[in-house]
Write a protein that binds this ligand. Sequence first.
Ligand code: GLU
Length: 516
Amino acid sequence: MQNGVRVRFAPSPTGALHIGGVRTALYNYLFAKKNNGTMVLRVEDTDQARYVEGAEDYILNALEWVGIIPDESPKVGGDFGPYRQSQRKSMYMEYAKKLVDEGNAYYAFDTSEELEAMRERLKAAKVDNPQYNAITRMQMNNSLTLTEEEVKERLDSGVPYVIRLKVPRKEEVRLNDMVRGWVMVHSSAIDDKVLMKSDGMPTYHLANVVDDHLMKITHVIRGEEWLPSAPLHVLLYKFLGWEDSMPQFAHLPLLLKPDGNGKLSKRDGDKLGFPVFPITGEFAGKDGRPETFSGFREAGYLPDAFLNFLAFLGWNPGTEEEIFSMEALTEAFTVERIGKSGTKFDIEKAKWYNQQYLKAKTGEELTSYIKPNLTSDHITYSDEMLSKICDTLKERVTFPQEIWTEGQFFFTTPTSYDEGIVAKKWNETAVSVFSEYIDKISSVEDFNADNAKTLLIEILDERGFKIGLVMQALRIALTGKGSGPDLMDIMEILGKKEVEKRILKAIEVLPLKMES
Ligand code: GLU
C-alpha cells in the first residue's frame, strides 16, 4: 500500500548524469521505498538552449543499471503527467499571471543592453552584487514603473517581455531543512528572479515549484547546490497560496574531490583517473563533434557495489556495518543520518566495495564475464571448469574483467617464465621430483586438488624434502608466474594431461641450474 509520501528526482537533460545526481536519485528512491511512498522522475527540460539529445535516455538507463526504477516517469507515465516540463508548457503561464495579478510578480521589458547598463551603473557605484531587486527595479522598464496603458500597449504589440518575481524588500524567509535544520535568508539577498522567459517557457524556479505542487510532492530531496534557491521557492509557495502543502526540503551534502578541495565536477573524471559517470556514453558536443565519457559500469563496477558505495557517500547507518543491499538500505535509510558536511570521493573505497561484491558471487555467476572472450580453441572448457576458474580468482581481483587477464594461464600454456624465480628455484631436484610426479599422476583415475597434493607429498617425503622446496618451481612450470591462486586448485582445473604437458615443456625449455 502506498501512503502519501511522494518524492521526485528532477534532472535536466543537459548531459550525462554525474554520480552526484545518481546519489540524489538513490536517496529519493530509498526514502520513497522506506515510507511506502512514490518516486517520480520528472524531466526538467525548459532550458532549450542546454538541451542535449539522448540525455534523457542516458539518465533512465543509468538509473535502471543501479536498480532505481521510478514509479512515475515519462517512460511509464502516471496520474500526474506529462512528466516532461516541455510538455507542460501551457500550464505555467496561469500561475505566473496569478502572481502578477496579485501584485507578487511583474512584467519586465528591459533589453539586454538596458540590463547590462544597469549592472555597469551599480558596479560604478561600488555595489558588490548588482542585481535586479526591490531597489533597482524602480529604475527599470517594467509594469511597476510604466503606466497601465504603456504596459498594455507593449504586451499587445508583442515586444519581448519576461515575468519577474517581486521579492519583498525586507522579509525574513525561513525554511526547516530536514538535513540542515532552520535556514534563514533575508529577502534583500534574493533578486527578482525571472519566472517566465521571453520565449514563453518558465524558468526552473517557477516550473519546479508549480510541478512539485501539482504532482503533490511531499519531500524535496536534492543537492546542496539548490539550497540558495530554496528561499525563493518558499516565497513562491507563499505567494501562490500553497504554504500549507509546501514540501519538506532536504538538501544533500556536496560530493567533494578526493583531496576535499572543492566540488567533484563533471570534468574531474578524466583528470583524476576514475569515472564520475555511472555508464559510458557519447553525446553530440557543442561543436558537433561527439563527446565521450567513461562510466563505472564499463570500468567493471558491479551495480550493487556501486550502489552500496554511493549510499555511503553522505549517509551512514550509525553502525560499523558497511555491506548493504538495496533492500537493506531501504530498511536502514533515514534522512536524520545524512551528514551536513561535504563527503570526499574516495575511489579506493569504491574498489573495496567492488571486491566485496565480487567475492560474494559464485564462480558460476562470474562465468558470464569470461565467456565472451572464449574462442573456438577453448571448446574443452566446460561450464564447470569456467566456474572453478572464476572461484579461484575472484578473491584476487577487483574487477570481473581481470579474471580473464589474471587467469590467462588457465587458457594458454605459458610461453614466458618469471626469470628471477627460474634462476632461484628451477633445479635438478625439482626436475627429478616432477618427472616422478608425472609418472605417478598418470595412473590416477580422478585427478583432483587432494590427490594432486598427496602424491606430491609422497614423493617429497620419500626423499626427505619439505613441500615448500619445489612448490615455486612447479608454479613456474604450470603458470609461468611466481604467485597466484592455490596450486593444487590450478592443477585440478588444468587436468592431469595439461599438467603433464606443461611440466614436460618446462623441463624442455627452462635452463637448469646445476646444484653444488
Ligand atoms: N532540474 C534541477 C536539476 O537539474 C532540479 C533541482 C531540484 O531538484 O529542484 O538538478
